[in-house]
Structure formats: structure tokens, C-alpha cells
Write a protein that binds this ligand. Sequence first.
Ligand SMILES: *Cc1c(COP(=O)(O)O)cnc(C)c1O
Length: 497
Amino acid sequence: MMYKSSRGYSEQYSFSDAVLTGIAPDGGLFVPVEFPKFSADDLNRFCNMSYCELASEIFSAFADDFTKEELDACVKNAYADGSFPDEPTPLSVLSNTLSVLELWHGPTSAFKDMALQILPEFMSVAIKKSKKHNKIAILTATSGDTGKAALAGFKDAENVKILVFYPAEGVSEMQKTQMITQEGGNLSVVAVRGNFDDAQTGVKNIFGDKEFAELLKERGYTLSSANSINIGRLLPQVVYYYYAYFALVKNGKLNLGDKINFAVPTGNFGNILACYYAAKTGLPVNRIVCATNDNNVVSDFLTTGVYSSNRPFILTISPAMDILISSNLERLLYDVSGEDSDLVSRLQQDLKANGVYSVDKELSDNIGKYFWSSTSNQNECRKTIKSIHQEFNYLVDPHTAVGIDVYDKYVISTGDTTPAVAVSTASPFKFNKTVAESLFGEDSVENKNEFEILEELSEKTGWEIPVPLRDLDKKPVLHKRICNVSDMKNEVDEFLQ
Ligand SMILES: *Cc1c(COP(=O)(O)O)cnc(C)c1O
């Protein structure tokens, strides 16, 4: 199985090289040259597998330059080394038609762990196979969640170092504490004076600095990124859609072969694209419900065929979905246009030049066969957190609430009662302030810090605080560096001496 660029670059890449390279030389995203297709017999065989067995089966179809032993080891190190419970992605059944797939039982209590726990394993094996790279340095600018998940994943990975920049103003107390207490011998965390855009631009400039790249190359390092356009982050997300389906079969809500719906809270379109890839490789999916918050650029595109990022950026209570450029959409466009790389290149150029592109009706209709989309605003989101708690005695974080609210809108709009799974992307405790406010009113959190609110939420609901978030404020601070945007390159230089 080889990988190629969504923008037509001629060379094909092995899985190893695609993972290490991150983005194709023409700026396109790596996509499989041909998708594997699992048969009814395969599904039958997969149905009773453990999460690790299933993951290894699915990866072997996508990463055929890895041996089965290598894949088994990657999977075991990621999901069965104590960083997840025995059941990594539990399914909570709320009703006959709606279940919730909890993807937040990893080391940082959010779903990015599902991919970022295994990406470093893939990279370590890939480096040994690759003739192009020998040591990798991961640089990441984070608005909060990705940074911690990347640090936890890459901690002590062989032949990999990681440096995370976060905006000194602009991450929550909890997120900051999670990062600056991170242990590990191959990593560093640095605050940047400025906001997320400043940090992000600083990192992009370092990636674009050819002279600096040469200098690092002499030291044996290739710069790479851990963001969600890496194919090695996308594939691990395909696994849990299969796993959720089989969980519903096992508990009698579905017969093998029946169709299922998924609802996915969407930002950069990575998680939901993995659902589409699951459908494409043989999972019986009826509809994929794409849920957006007030930054509803993707939802507008899926319903009108016009993508326009020319709109105000709104800071919301579901910050991981606050995004106006949704990178992984490019892979969907490539696929639904019949792999038209000229079209994809043109659309991405339009986006870059004018902040907008549009597709014709045929393509738009094609997308509509798979996807349905709508928005949940902040008020609706808070109401959903509260109503889910009242109705089911179940706690959801704001991102998950957006997904469930939009799923409800889907059912009202279409009458479709196909059994559905809503994907839960973060622990309610990770966004405890919003959850507590929604359940108990604004007064309940007044004058309390995030750690006090954790305790309060736990006491009032009887839910346990996840281990990774417990006692965080008592851990020693290990990373105290702070720099100006103009010094970021020096920080990298020093870190990679
Ligand atoms: C990243 C993130 C999302 C959005 O996922 P995409 O793959 O970017 O669409 C949703 N919820 C949470 C909690 C996240 O961290």
C-alpha cells in the first residue's frame, strides 16, 4: 500500500515515509493510492477482537511496510501499556438509538490521545526502515489540547525529540499545568509571549527556514509535526469506528451487517474523515452527522457547497473546534471528486488567495450522500449538557454536547432512527468550568479556580475525577522557559544541540 499527494505530486510514498514526511512536497496531504476493502467475512472475524487485535488488523491493511510483529508492538505500547484502561474506548448506551463512544480515557483525558499515543510508535519503527531520515524533531504550537497529548505520546520515544510552544496568554490553567509538569528526557515546553496565532506563525516560519533545516540536518535531525494532517494520526482514528460498531453488535443493538449512524463534533475534520474512511473500507455506515459550533464554516460548506473562512473567529466554550481552516477537508474533496488533484489544488489556491472556494452541485450532492451537518450554538450546547444529565444521569463535555445536540437536530429533521453513536471527545472534567456552570449555574463556579471546580463537580455528580487530572496542581513544575516570538528559533537551536 503506497501513499500519494492529494495535489498530484508524482512520487509515491511508503507508509513509513508518509508518516515521517508529514506533508507532501507540493503541499498536498497523503492519501492511500488504493483503499483496502474489508468483506462481510472480515467483519465477522473482527467482531470479537480486542481493541488491540482489531487495531493491528486494520493497520496491517494500511501499513504493509510494517511487519505484523511491529504493528502488534506499536499497538501494545500505545494502548496496553497502562495508559488506557483494559477497555480503551468504552461505549455508554443512553437509549435504544443513541450510545456514546468515550474516547477520553487516555493519559490527557481527550480523544487526541487515541492517535498521539501511537503516532510516536509508528515514527520510531519508520525511522529504522527509512533511508531518508534518522532522527526526528517534532515542533508543535498548541492552543491547549494537542500540546499535552503530543508530549504524553512522544515522551521518551526512540530517536525523537519534541518541543512544544504554547501562548503565554491563551491556554487554560488546567492545560498549562498539564504541560509544564510533563516528565520525559526528550522533551521541552516553552511559553511564547503572545497569542496562539503568534506561536503558530513562529513555528511555521521555522518550518519554512531552509538554511536552518540544513543546519539541523547536519546534526541528524529532520523537523516534523504532530498535527492532524499526518496520515499516521488519521489511521488510528479509523479503528474506533469499527470497534464501536462491534460493541453495538455485541450488546444486541445491531445485527452484523446492519447500518449505523455516527455523530462527530468537528474542527479540523480529522476525526470525522476517519469515520468516512471506515465507511469506505467496508463499515456499514448510513449517515455521518457533522456537528460544528458557532465557527460553522464546515457545516456551511457541507450544506451549501461554499467554503468561506472570511468571517469572524469566535472564541467558544468548545475551543478545540474553534477553527476556520479545516485542513482534512482536503482529503474528502479529493475522494468525492474522483481523485481530481487539479480541482483540489485549485480549490486550495482559492482558499489561500481569497479565503473562499466553492464546488459544483454534483460534488456537493455527492458529499450529501454521506454527510448531514448543522450547528449547535453556545446556548444550545449548555442546555444539552444539562438535559443529558437530567435525562440520563450522564456527563458530557461541551464538544460532545455539540455532537449530541446536532444529532438530535438530525433526527428531528429526517426522522431517521438508525442506531447511532455520538463520539465523545473529551472528559467532562477537562472542561469542568463550563460543565459546572451549565449544570449548577454561574454562581456555582464564582471565585473558584479550576482545581476547586473539579472537586465540586465530582462531589455534586458522584463522577470520579480522571486520574490524569487529579492532583495536577500538586505536581512539580518542570518547564519554566518563556521567550519572545523572535527567539523561538534560538529555542529550537538550543534544544537540538
Ligand atoms: C481536536 C478536538 C476536536 C475536533 O477534532 P477534529 O479531528 O479536529 O475535527 C473535538 N473535540 C475535542 C475535545 C478535541 O480535542
